[in-house]
Design a protein around this ligand. Structure first.
Ligand code: 9YT
Length: 130
């Protein structure tokens, strides 16, 4: 069994920071669960465009307020604590934070560590296990 607390991840390679968000990666590929689990803070006033071509992602908001829109012109879905969205079609989307948002994110396949978005809005594909 794996037991760990988010506080123990701060400042380690499981904490990844970008100008728009900070992701604490509670479970990664190397933990062997088949998914990764992140506690992610999205900074207020930011817009992040993403397109996870190689991953499915579910995002559950537990704090804050914002919206998500499938690009280029899909409906705008408000997000507040209790809202989940799941990118079951690898959709290109924009996430906008009206207030600081805290999200629980699950990736399948799991991310391996230090992934940040490339210019295409994606994380690189997972490598085959060696
Ligand atoms: C909600 C979202 O996708 N934010 C970007 C960061 C990502 N969820 C991560 O790596 O934690």
């Amino acid at each position: 069994m794996i037991v760990r607390h988010r506080s123990k991840l701060l400042g380690t390679d499981r904490e990844v920071e970008t100008p728009n968000w900070t992701s604490r990666r509670l479970l990664l590929a190397r933990d062997g669960m088949g998914f990764s689990l992140h506690d992610t803070v999205i900074r207020a006033g930011t817009e992040t465009v993403m397109e996870y071509r190689h991953h499915l992602e579910a995002v559950y908001c537990i704090e804050g307020e914002g919206e998500v829109q499938i690009l280029p012109d899909g409906p705008v879905h408000p997000i507040r604590a209790g809202t989940v969205y799941a990118l079951d079609g690898n959709e290109r989307h924009a996430l906008r934070a009206k207030r600081r948002m805290r999200m629980v994110c699950v990736f399948n396949p799991p991310v391996t560590g230090q992934e940040v978005h490339g210019d295409d809005g994606a994380y690189p594909p997972a490598k085959e296990p060696s």
